[in-house]
Write a protein that binds this ligand. Structure first.
Ligand code: PHE
Length: 342
């Protein structure tokens, strides 16, 4: 065959093959077949020996043109393929930063918080306001203004942590009563939840740090009946309509008369069980009519105003609410326990 035609045929076949090459790798293989040392074009160059010396320069030029042309096809196709392969790789390796990742595990509200929120809802519904006071408290508020002078035997009952002679870790939330009475004029209707401290050993029902919710109402004509009605509403909110309250006479220096208040035992519904020591009742709070001496010492005219106060143990009512038998569960932070309240 005419060498020129042969070259033209090679070029057009090469063009076609190069266009059809599916990958850079295939293209490299084609390059070797066409232009490599043992490739077709090189083979043709070798056949130059059979030409006359006059024919050789023109033929050599043709081969060189063919090589340039084929190289042109190769590099164009290579560019296209590389672009395509890059696009494919990018698509494959794409990271969607908007895709949601695995969510961090969320905590659950502590049972204490759940009960506290219920209590707050109940009292806010009854028109009470929530206030707080300091945990590091002056003796004056924790004791003196509550009619517990120095050397009063009631101080012993409180196992106080003293910081110095005049500063204590509050042993109850009652000092907030004194602070509010000194600051405000009646009518007063507040609850004060908070942490309190007593030098007690840790056991199933005691802890040196625990929580109380104080309640205080001061107005004209406030009576013991208001106290009973309020605490009844509170008990029903937490434990349902069948719950009963029982007032037993007691003594607190800052209330007169004073009472300890029991609820129907949640466990046995009043029949008597181990939890209530067969009494059918469980003590949950102290309460009483605010002692007129306390009103006067806090600047409130006891001939015009009267009031009631109460102090609830939060751990106690939380344990009753959820049937928790050991107070330590509330402090240990064991997830297996806490997750049950989600
Ligand atoms: N502060 C008392 C205690 O901690 C409880 C109490 C509060 C009693 C208010 C009467 C009135 O034991």
């Amino acid at each position: 065959m005419d060498k020129n035609l042969e070259i033209a045929a090679l070029i057009s076949r090469a063009e076609q093959d190069i266009k059809n090459a599916a990958s850079v790798k295939d293209l490299d293989a084609l390059r070797v077949c066409l232009l490599g040392k043992k490739g077709e074009l090189t083979g043709m160059l070798r056949s130059m020996g059979s030409l006359t010396p006059q024919e050789r320069p023109a033929f050599g030029q043709l081969i060189n043109q063919a090589r340039d042309e084929i190289e042109g096809f190769l590099s164009t196709r290579e560019g296209t393929l590389k672009e395509k392969e890059l696009a494919e790789r990018l698509e494959q390796e794409r990271i969607d930063v908007t895709l949601p990742t695995q969510l961090p595990r969320l905590g659950t509200p502590h049972p204490h918080t759940l009960v506290l929120n219920e209590v707050i809802d109940c009292f806010v519904g009854l028109g009470f306001e929530v206030v707080e006071g300091p945990e590091i408290e002056l003796d004056k508020y924790n004791f003196e203004l509550l009619n517990i002078p120095k050397n009063h035997p009631a101080r012993d009952a409180q196992d106080t942590f003293y910081i110095d002679e005049n500063i204590v870790l509050r042993t109850h939330t009652s000092p907030v009563q004194a602070r509010v009475m000194l600051e405000r004029k009646p009518p007063i209707r507040i609850i004060c939840p908070g942490r309190v401290y007593r030098a007690d050993e840790v056991d199933a029902t005691h802890s040196p740090v625990f929580h109380q919710i104080e309640g205080l109402v001061i107005d004209k004509d406030v009576t013991m009946a208001d106290l009973r009605g309020t605490l009844g509403a509170f008990a029903r909110q937490l434990y349902g309509d069948n719950i009963k309250t029982r007032f037993r006479p007691s003594y607190f220096p800052f209330t007169e008369p004073s009472a300890e208040v029991d609820l129907t035992c949640i466990v046995c519904k009043g029949a008597g069980c181990r939890v209530c020591k067969d009494s059918g009742w469980i003590e949950v709070l102290g309460a009483g009519m605010v002692n007129p001496k306390v009103l006067e010492d806090c600047g409130i005219d006891s001939s015009v105003y009267s009031g009631f106060a109460f102090g609830v143990g939060v751990e106690r009512i939380t344990m009753l609410r959820y049937g928790i038998s050991d107070m330590r569960w509330l402090y240990e932070g064991d997830e297996r326990f806490l997750r049950q309240f989600s």
